[in-house]
Design a protein. Sequence first.
Length: 152
Amino acid sequence: MQIKKINKDELAVYLPQIISIERQVQDHPWSEKIFLDSVGDNYRFYVLVEDDTVLGYAVYDYVLDESTLQNISVAAENQGRGLGRHLLLESMRMLKDELGIVRMMLEVRISNIKAINLYKSVGFAQDMIRKNYYPMSDGSREHGLLMSMCLD
């Protein structure tokens, strides 16, 4: 099992698996276009792979020494094995080592307790609540929790 930083050509190979995972685990999945737009300048795209199988992925954007986690997902059948934690920690380490990132940010649905607990357990702290940020399937809106941490 390894975590790889991928470029646009490599994304084309992994994209069918990534789209499948995204649709499995996200209430409002990203489109293929959003994934394709998330490689290149000011983005880092990491995949967690075993052999040629994608187990998970993480997408970040960055400006100067700050980075924002845009999307992190682990295939449903691989959840509960610590892979999300491993992917998060290792990809943040890679960002720090490769780009000199010192501050990480993210936002998460307030209903996503598992993710919030993971983020808190690795050092993220709550900054604020963004009211009515995320769309819900019933047409209503859900608050987003903004979190950040400094990398040592």
